[in-house]
Every structure is written in C-alpha cells, then in structure tokens.
Design a protein around this ligand. Structure first.
Ligand SMILES: [Zn+2]
Length: 284
C-alpha cells in the first residue's frame, strides 16, 4: 500500500508552536455524506466542480502534530488498522500515521499528549498498537468526558458496522494503562494548546486552538464545502442542529480572531471571512 505522501503535508507556525499536518491517508466520499439530504439543485452548484470521475469528493484523513513548549502533542491518530470498517471501507487508503511520524523521526514514546477530538474510527484507530496496547505509551490522552462516556455506552456498542469498536477498544486500553484524562468543558492540554468544546458531530467533540493562531476544527467541518453554508450539516453528524451552531460559532471565531482554520478532512487550510449569511475560506 502506498504511503500517504508526507511531502504534501502543511505546516504552520502558530505563535511559536510549530504545527504539522500528518496525513494518515485519503478517502473518497459521496456528496450525500458531506451534505445530509443532498440536492443537485441546492448543493450541486457548490459541489460539481470538485467531484472526481466516480462522482465522489476526495479528501484527506489527517492528524496534527504540535511542537508545544511542553513537548509533542498529537491531535487524533488516524485509522490505524481499522480501515475496513463500514462506509469507509471502499475508497479509503489510510493507517499511515505511524509511518509518517517515523519518517519525521518521531517515535511513539516522544509524544507527550494526545488530544482525541472524537471517537470515530478515522481518529482513534491509530491509538492502538497491533496487540491493542496504547500506541503512544508515554502520552496523556485528553478527551471530553461526555465523549468517553458515549463510546463506552450500549448506544455506541449498538452502532452498525461495528463503528463503536475502535473507540471502545482504545478507550478501555488507555483507561487500563492510566493514560486517559477525561476533561469537562475547555482545558489547556499543553503550553499554547487549548482544547475547546465543539459538540454536535459527536456528543463531546472538541476542537483545538494553538497559540491563538490556528483553529483545528476536527470534524465539525468534514469538507471545505461546509464553510459557505454551515447549516448544511453532514450525514455523519450525530446532532445536526448542534453541529450547525458549532460550525457557525467556530467560523465566526476564526473570522473575528483571524485564526487559520484546518481540520482532519480539509485539504486546504485558510483564513475565514464573512460572506453574506455564511463564510468563505481563503486558502493561505
Ligand atoms: Zn473524521
């Protein structure tokens, strides 16, 4: 399987904290995934020019590595070995994060903190090593308490396609190892690394603000095409009205505070500007 191609990864200097997008891989999804209730008339004009030959939208699966004053912080960990799960099984080439880190000379034991934005497989699969042990054995793993509780619940266990298995397995392993730090509300994960509540995609989804310069939106946005109309939520959003409000609040904050916005599934990063009732992303 080919590597994810680290050469294309973006870097940011977020007020002194160097950040690098780590590509776990790529996926191709239907516009019906990016927009629930997709309509050719309503969303089509925004989407058509971005479709590939199969009518899909191709985007990255990415994590963020931050060189904080308190050591290396990783935001999410890619899919690990869980690349065959459910709706991502087709059109996904992922699980490359560990190799990408190695190419940068980063050993798993060098990572001091992992922020888990949420429990979907493409974010938590890589938290586990081949024997279901924690992949980052010397890292404190920060997650919102409500998120950890959800993925340990019967509702998560009942999700189709075993979608809850990666998170339940990873969180249990981290809890066993004493590496899980469940937070309430907002928290400072490390110097210059602020975890902020961004619920809706999942119950306890979080974003990360680095050095008042970079906003990592996790999956609050799953495509750059979500920027112009934040209220057009996605098929993967568990609570659509809440994520619609979260998107609007994050984009407004980025516009007001001149933050660069990047995220796991955004192929481009950029600044956010108000445009009519919505927003516009201007690539850096
Ligand atoms: Zn995702």
């Amino acid at each position: 399987m080919p590597g994810a191609g680290g050469a294309s990864a973006e870097t940011f200097d977020a007020a002194g904290a160097r950040c690098r997008v780590i590509l776990d891989g790529w996926r191709s999804v239907s516009p019906r995934f990016v927009f629930r209730g997709y309509s050719e008339d309503v969303q089509g004009p925004f989407v058509r020019e971005h479709l590939d030959a199969d009518g899909k939208l191709r985007g990255p699966i990415a994590a963020l590595l931050i060189e904080s004053g308190d050591g290396l912080v990783l935001v999410d960990a890619g899919m690990g070995r869980f690349t065959g799960l459910g709706r991502f099984a087709e059109g996904v080439d992922a699980g490359h994060l560990r190799g990408e880190l190695a190419e940068l000379g980063v050993r798993p034991s060098d990572v001091r903190c992992v922020v888990i934005t949420h429990g979907h497989a493409d974010h938590v699969g890589g938290l586990l090593g081949p024997g279901n042990e924690p992949a980052f054995p010397d890292a404190r793993h920060v997650i919102a308490r409500i998120e950890a509780e959800f993925w340990g619940s019967p509702a998560a266990a009942a999700l189709p396609d075993d979608a809850g298995v990666p998170a339940a397995t990873a969180l249990a392993a981290l809890l066993d190892a004493g590496l899980l730090d469940a937070i309430e509300g907002e928290a400072t994960a490390a110097s210059s690394v602020r975890v902020i509540a961004a619920p809706g995609h999942t119950p306890g989804h979080v974003g990360v603000v680095v050095g008042d310069a970079l906003l990592w939106c996790g999956d609050a946005l799953v495509s750059p095409l979500n920027v112009p109309h934040p209220e057009w939520t996605s098929a993967s959003d568990m609570d659509e009205p809440t994520n619609g409000r979260t998107r609007r609040a994050l984009l407004a904050r980025a516009a007001d505070e001149d933050l660069v916005v990047a995220g796991s599934h955004l192929a481009v990063a950029g600044t956010i500007h108000r445009a009519g009732d919505g927003f516009e992303l201007v690539p850096r």
